[in-house]
Ligand binder design. Sequence first.
Ligand code: NAG
Length: 149
Amino acid sequence: MAGSKGLLAFAFTLLLSNGIKAYKFEEPKCETAEEHYIMYPASDPRSFYVCLPDGNPRLVECDAGHVFVNDEQVYGCAPFSLWPCNKNVVPIDCSGADRDTLVRAQDPHNYWICAAPNGTPTELPCPDGKGFVKNSTHMGCISWDGWSC
Ligand SMILES: *[C@@H]1O[C@H](CO)[C@@H](O)[C@H](O)[C@H]1NC(C)=O
């Protein structure tokens, strides 16, 4: 009895740690036939690369509100809500803790701010080519190449 419970907890932990993967850019390789069937994550997570028949990579943008996901459930563009990187993204609380800070939006290119005069939640984009990062050492817009979630 205790043994199977332990095993279950172990399996659950594995599932969780696999599910929350850091986003990882992959250099597209378009040499072999197999490599031509792969979708490669781009540095901007809202897009990916495919290989053209001539062997050159081509950047493809997901539809608005979608990011490229490659995990156990999804291989392709998925809504923001299904993205492991958004697991800990919560709406800004302008009446409390978040009044004087910035909060990442579901769209990794955007962030929320409590705008004056009444502390209205306002979603703003980072400059082109940048995503929003907030962790224990960084807060702000950062080039997609250095972006992490
Ligand atoms: C915070 O994010 C930056 C930018 O992506 C990254 O370089 C850094 O390692 C992160 N720090 C932690 C503690 O995760």
